[in-house]
Design a protein around this ligand. Structure first.
Ligand code: ATP
Length: 457
């Protein structure tokens, strides 16, 4: 790992704070480990990632439904899903690589320490703990009910399987898609947004016939679909890969499991998304624990079965982090160093920023406001900026990844043309304001700045 890669994360954390993307949670009270608050630009970036997910997984499809289950769920749900059982061993966590090992198995501990040859392994204190975050609902100690903040959003979908069948009457195969918060009492939250205690997930549960061949076909389809979707966030192909879980990584019920991994500068290949073939595990367990029938009746074949589930499960915040690591760029323009975020247009917080050349010339400010209002109707993410001098504004907009900027100067007052500047190349063209929306739209849809003439009348 080179020195510049080592510090990239620190540079991003500092940019996120300086430019209003992401702050430490409750920072003025000393912060809370593994908890982050999103400022205006981070919120827009995260929203755009979720919107892109929703467009591709719900809106543009005919075989999926969106839904939104509650965060609080009774502990019984987690008994059914296996989470309660899975996390009740006394565990210690290796502070180097976060692998958790049973504290009561000395051989597992020494085996693990052997993996870190030079570094001396350090362990967290042993605890019998559960990753699920618990709370109580109800006014008095005696009558309060134990509930959990969901540890993954998946179960909120499965517990509604029957409600969806009874209300929407979907035909198999069909999918349920959800975005929402999950909470995990991670022992050592670290690496900024990578391992948090409160984070957001975006998921698809796709229910299919319980047949091996159909399972393989659907799994292959969703593995590739999820990969293409992830690449569409603006990653270079060589920085993403699909990796199959080896047998001992997989949950015992999983028929197959793959991860989309990103080549991080801080720890090599790391999971971005998981694609899991969960078989009928979840529905069968909820049937067993709730006593409610979770089967599907196939009208054509006149047969009843518990469907299998193919899951695509990804972290929203982890996608935000990986995108930032991917697009953070340093270069030189006319001998001056600059930082810019090479964000893909579909997720950039602002597609365009509009400035008056000088903020103390009322005729320029008035014209700039007029053009801003006109553009805002067509491009809602347009922003107006008259802070500091023009050089500072370019630097700020580059740092927040704004695709293009429009500058209104004295010539604008004469001939209705403005300067349009490209974020990546810093090249400028002169363009008539009536052509602005059309040209910005072409840029947002991938046309290169270099393909435009220097003047567009
Ligand atoms: P990891 O091995 O990294 O802990 P996991 O296998 O426990 O992840 P899943 O339970 O499959 O993760 O969760 C699905 C997705 O949710 C992950 O791919 C990741 O993007 C995201 N995710 C999981 N845990 C966290 C966390 N603590 N902070 C941020 N995102 C997370």
């Amino acid at each position: 790992m080179s020195k510049s890669e080592e510090t990239k994360m620190e540079k991003i954390v500092s940019l996120c704070k300086r430019r209003g993307f992401i702050f430490q949670g409750s920072e003025i009270y000393g912060g809370l480990a593994g908890i982050y608050d999103y400022g205006p630009l981070g919120n827009d970036l995260r929203h755009n990632i979720k919107q892109y997910f929703w467009d591709k997984f719900v809106t543009e499809r005919e075989d999926t439904y969106g839904m939104s289950a509650a965060i609080l769920m009774p502990s019984r749900v987690w008994e059914a899903s296996g989470h309660t059982e899975l996390f009740t061993d006394p565990l210690v966590e290796c502070k180097i690589c976060h692998e958790r090992v049973r504290a009561d198995q000395p051989e597992a501990i020494s085996d693990h320490e052997g993996k870190h040859k030079k570094e001396k392994a350090e362990w967290s204190k042993p605890t019998v703990f559960n990753l699920l975050v618990e709370t109580k609902l109800g006014a008095s100690e005696n009558t309060a009910t134990n509930v959990n903040l969901r540890g993954e959003i998946t179960q909120g979908v499965h517990v509604n399987f029957k409600n969806i069948l009874d209300s929407m009457h979907p035909k198999i195969p069909f999918g349920l898609v959800q975005i929402g918060k999950a909470f995990r009492n991670e022992i050592t939250p670290r690496d900024f947004l990578f391992r948090q205690r409160e984070f957001e997930q975006m998921e698809l549960q796709y229910y299919i016939k319980p047949e091996e061949e159909e399972g393989r076909r659907q799994f292959e389809y969703w593995k590739n679909f999820a990969f293409e979707w992830y690449a569409g966030l603006g990653f270079k192909r060589e920085n993403l890969r699909l990796r199959q879980h080896v047998a001992d990584e997989r949950a015992h019920y999983a028929k197959d499991a793959w991860d989309i991994e990103y080549k991080t500068p801080f720890a090599g290949w790391k999971e971005a998304w998981g694609i899991h073939h969960r078989g009928d595990w979840d529905l069968r367990r909820h049937k067993e624990y709730s006593g409610v029938d979770m089967s599907y009746y196939d009208e054509e074949k006149k047969e009843r079965f518990i469907p299998w589930d193919i899951e695509c499960s990804g972290g929203v915040d982890r996608a935000v982090l990986f995108v930032l690591l991917e697009v953070y760029t340093e270069d030189e323009i006319d001998g001056e160093k600059r930082v810019y975020l090479k964000l893909a247009p579909r997720i950039a917080p602002h597609k365009v920023a509009i400035f008056p050349l000088l903020k103390n010339k009322p005729q320029l400010v008035e014209k700039a406001r007029e053009i801003y209002k006109m553009l805002k109707k067509e491009i809602p993410s347009a922003t107006f900026d008259d802070n500091g001098n023009i050089g500072k504004r370019y630097r700020r907009q580059d740092e927040i990844g704004t695709i293009t900027t429009v500058t209104i100067d004295f010539q604008t007052l004469d001939d209705n043309t403005v300067t349009l500047r490209d974020r990546d190349s810093a090249k400028q063209i002169r363009i008539n304001i009536y052509r602005l929306t059309e040209v910005i739209d072409e840029i947002v849809h991938g046309k290169l700045f270099s393909e435009f003439p220097l003047e567009i009348k």
